[in-house]
Write a protein that binds this ligand. Structure first.
Ligand code: NAD
Ligand code: FES
Length: 271
């Protein structure tokens, strides 16, 4: 069992939990993810590791469906049934002088360890962070600890520039260049960030989170098309070169279980 050491409500949709998981903590690197089960009959929830401190691992989850809402009912002192990891490939940290991170909504969580690692290596780090509203911007204080520059966009204009992250990028590229970019957020955001960056000759890595079951390359559920070939996000990723990702296919695949998710959510409402 894996004890919940701390819990923080980041906004009405998103929580942070610190889990005591010494083996995962000892072996994890930026980009790795875990799969947890809340209880013995629980759905497997894949989550990228946000932070590691000593024997503890921080995860950040959006309460979107049945299982993440159930997780949200757990508190400090409770324990999770399973917490398996580190899974996937560690992020490829490039040998560059300045890097641009682009975070959309909850995507700010998996981006954090990657950008922090760049900063630790002396790379200049610029962050463009976008969310629906000021309330939905997460981890800004943590990013302020190491980022050289931060640009904020909100859809409703409640903080920073009113608009999407791509609006800020379009302005930024009028006067600035970067060696490498990493974008993590909704698929549609990553798609349009990659298209824009490509026009400016900027290579962009993205982190993909398709539906996963086993997380070890056996079930085939997490397959993604990269450069016309099939890869499994759980063992070959979750990070991939954005220019080669078939985002449109992935966006369609992400809707496959909408009906089942709806039925599960109704169960939660009835409880
Ligand atoms: P959201 O839908 O509120 O969008 C966040 C931001 O993304 C927006 O504020 C905007 O700046 C940008 N964006 C959205 N649509 C855009 C478009 N068409 N063009 C340009 N920019 C656009 O985000 P959310 O509700 O927090 O959802 C986060 C998403 O990130 C989820 O879909 C989740 O699956 C995904 N996610 C991915 C990973 C990963 O590892 N890849 C991890 C966590 C979350
Ligand atoms: Fe089963 Fe990746 S989750 S192959």
């Amino acid at each position: 069992m894996y004890e919940i050491i701390a819990k923080e409500i980041l906004n009405k949709d998103v929580d942070l939990m610190v889990i005591n998981a010494p083996l995962v903590a000892r072996n994890a690197e930026p980009g790795h993810f875990i799969i947890l089960r809340v209880d013995d009959i629980g759905e497997r929830i894949p989550l990228t590791i946000a932070e590691i401190e000593g024997d503890n691992v921080s995860i950040i989850y959006q309460k979107l469906g049945y299982s993440t809402n159930l997780l949200g009912t757990y508190n400090v002192g409770d324990s999770l049934s399973d917490f398996v990891g580190p899974l996937g490939k560690a992020a490829h940290i490039r040998d560059v002088k300045n890097v641009l991170g682009i975070a959309g909504g909850v995507g700010a969580a998996p981006l954090l360890p990657q950008l922090r690692e760049y900063a630790r290596r002396g790379v200049k780090v610029t962050l463009v962070i976008g969310a629906r509203s000021k309330e939905h911007i997460i981890l800004l204080d943590k990013y302020k600890e190491f980022c050289d520059e931060i640009f904020v966009a909100t859809d409703d204009g409640s903080d920073g520039t009113k608009g999407f992250v791509t609006d800020i990028l379009a302005d930024l590229y009028k006067e600035r260049t970067f060696d490498h970019a990493i974008a993590i957020g909704p698929l549609v955001m990553m798609k349009f960030v990659v298209l824009l960056n490509k026009k400016h000759g900027l290579q962009t890595d993205v982190s993909l989170n398709p539906v996963m079951i086993d997380g070890t390359g056996m079930c085939g559920n997490c397959r993604v098309s990269i450069g016309g070939k099939t890869f499994f996000a759980c063992v070959d990723g979750p990070d991939f070169p954005g220019e080669e990702v078939d985002f449109d296919e992935l966006i369609v695949r992400q809707t496959y279980y909408t009906e089942e998710e709806h039925v599960c959510n109704l169960k939660l409402v009835k409880k």
